[in-house]
Design a protein around this ligand. Structure first.
Ligand code: KG4
Ligand code: ZN
Length: 345
């Protein structure tokens, strides 16, 4: 019987470690954010990300065990993100987890990062627990800087991808727009903040693949091009005067696209339980519109707290725990996969 799991997440630019109890209770999670190292480049620089993980990961593992007074012989499993992500980032986590598993003779499990995002709402701690009536079967919208997809989840491990982005992820669409406007990196939060003072109907941005097609996929590249063309036509003074309106209108186009496809997925699956996770679930307009829609349609919504929505080790620990409890193990040949066949992401 596995009592406690140590989880490691290093797939992109957050170094995160967590300790979980076997019932999904998060004992602790410590993360090192790298935003300040990537900011001046306007995006994640893979080589810097890998180097930061190398410096931060083992000290974080040492710290979380010491602070929680947990010894290695209490750890019954090590869960690590092994796919998808940046190769140099994944390598640091995977090699560290394998080394610890070998040295300490602890079972190892490689976890898909997207599965982690999908199950984040099942985590529990002192401040958070999903509502008692929430659970499987459920419909998950995972929206982050790297992924946007809709998944039907019938139980742990029983997933069906219903649709996803065919080009940019929703977070990428936010970040690229913020970059065009020099708002800072990562840009989603800046667009969100400015949008709160703007009019979402001031500019007419396209909602791709919504009207007249029943696809469950998303596309944000047309929106990005339309924004670029609009900004090229505007003089700098008008752009700065219109920043709130531009942000509100652009944001509305993303949120509408997500919501329309989410509604379509719900009609198809008849799911009563909905979860939205990933960094973009922090978006205030998305949260508002999804919760209004859920209220109107008597659907149960769980959006985990931000610390479990953005890249984090606790969600990896939970997905790993479910797999370890089913008897799954990874061997020492576990290798990182930058792209993964799981759910085609
Ligand atoms: O899940 P996450 O932390 O990392 C990835 O797996 O990508 O998501 C990061 C993404 C970034 O694109 C960021 O701009 C976006 O989440 N984001 C937001 C907001 N906060 C973070 N997008 C829109 N509105 C926000 N408030
Ligand atoms: Zn992620």
């Amino acid at each position: 019987m596995i009592e406690k799991v140590l989880a490691i997440e290093t797939s992109c630019d957050d170094t995160s470690v967590a300790l979980l109890r076997n019932d999904g209770w998060v004992i602790d999670q410590i993360s090192a954010n790298q935003d300040r190292f990537h900011q001046k480049f306007g995006g994640v620089v893979p080589e810097i990300a890998g180097r930061r993980h190398t410096e931060d990961l083992l000290p974080l593992i040492d710290l979380i065990l010491r602070e929680n007074k947990i010894s290695w012989n209490e750890i019954g499993g090590i869960a690590v993100t092994s796919e998808p992500g940046l190769l140099g980032s994944l390598l640091v986590g995977v090699v560290t987890a394998k080394t610890l598993s070998l040295a300490k003779k602890i079972p190892l499990i490689g976890v898909n990062h997207i599965e982690g995002h999908m199950v984040a709402a099942f985590l529990r701690d002192k401040e958070y627990a999903p509502k008692p009536n929430w659970g499987f079967p459920c419909l998950a919208l995972v929206v982050s800087g790297g992924h946007s997809l809709f998944v039907q989840m019938d139980s742990f491990g029983e997933y069906k991808k219903l649709g996803g982005t065919i080009d940019d992820a929703a977070g990428e669409a936010f970040d690229k727009f913020a970059k065009m406007l020099n708002l800072g990196y990562p840009g989603g939060v800046h667009v969100d903040r400015l949008a709160q003072k703007g009019n979402p109907t001031a500019f007419d941005f396209p909602r791709a693949k919504i009207h007249g097609d029943d696809s469950l996929d998303l596309s944000f590249s047309g929106l990005k091009t339309s924004a670029l063309n609009l900004l090229k036509r505007m003089v700098p003074q008008d752009i700065s005067k219109s920043l709130p309106d531009l942000c509100a209108s652009y944001q509305e186009a993303i949120v509408d696209a997500l919501l329309i496809k989410l509604e379509r997925c719900q009609k198809l699956t008849k799911a009563k339980n909905i979860t939205v996770t990933g960094g973009v679930s922090a978006n205030s307009r998305l949260r508002y519109k999804v919760s209004e829609w859920c209220k109107k349609n008597d659907l149960h919504l769980e959006i985990p707290p931000l610390k479990y929505c953005t890249d984090n080790a606790a969600m990896i620990g939970y997905a790993g725990l479910m797999r370890l409890q089913r008897g799954e193990r990874s061997d020492l040949s576990l290798a990182p996969k930058p792209a993964s066949v799981f759910l085609d992401v």
